[in-house]
Design a protein around this ligand. Structure first.
Ligand code: CA
Length: 222
């Protein structure tokens, strides 16, 4: 899966540079702007996965940008505020920001908030991977036009693997994230669930959707 793209608008170039570097180090693709208007038009042209907005910009307020973006789409927005602007929290959330952070803040904190927003978004959005469609809002799965019914655990497992198609998830990761605990080494419950998911997809015409990486784990075909 390609890197998530984050657009940052901040007129303090030192902060802008720092944020760009930290976000890039964290594996994101960054588009950085020190002008609100340029940032706004760049969002429209390039539809990033998330926007980080400074509230106090010389040409147009971050709040106004958030409001305009909200009219045209649902990209997650995190607003950065100066300490004396914290009182405007309600206004910011009303304007359409998904989250806000008061300066000075730790970059780790911002990265954590970014990941929360991206995860929320990926949990809610319908995902299409080839012929496979996963609709998390309805917990439905389709192969082409046919609905495939899974047990709750099978669904969770498939949805988890779909978090990053092509990535190999280890059995340990799967156990921790889908079962909420590590299972005894002798347990074959993950393999059994994988076999069930494969069988159901096959019945609907989906072959080779989940790849076994011997000794490591499983991956959804990207
Ligand atoms: Ca500013």
């Amino acid at each position: 899966m390609s890197a998530k793209r984050i657009l940052v608008v901040e007129d303090d170039v030192d902060i802008l540079r720092l944020l760009s570097r930290e976000l890039e180090d964290a594996g994101f693709e960054v588009m950085a702007f020190d002008s609100g208007m340029r940032g706004l038009s760049a969002v429209r042209e390039s539809s990033p996965d998330l926007v980080i907005l400074d509230l106090g910009l010389p040409d147009i307020s971050g709040q106004e940008i958030a409001r305009r973006l909200r009219h045209t789409g649902n990209i997650p927005i995190i607003i950065l505020t100066a300490a004396d602007e914290v009182g405007t929290k309600v206004e910011m959330l009303n304007a359409g920001a998904d989250d806000y952070l008061a300066k000075p803040f730790h970059v780790e904190e911002l990265l954590a908030r970014v990941n929360v927003q991206l995860r929320k978004r990926s949990l809610g959005a319908t995902q299409k991977i080839g012929e496979l469609t996963i609709d998390p809002a309805r917990r439905q799965v389709f192969w082409a036009a046919e609905e495939v019914r899974f047990s709750p655990r099978e669904y969770e497992l498939l949805h988890y693997l779909a978090g990053q198609p092509g990535r190999v998830y280890s059995r340990k990761e799967i156990e921790q994230n889908v079962w909420g605990e590590e299972l005894p080494p002798s347990s074959n419950v993950v393999d059994v669930h994988i076999a069930n998911i494969r069988g159901k997809l096959r019945d609907a015409g989906g072959f080779g959707v989940i790849r076994t990486v011997r000794g490591v784990g499983y991956a959804l075909k990207s």
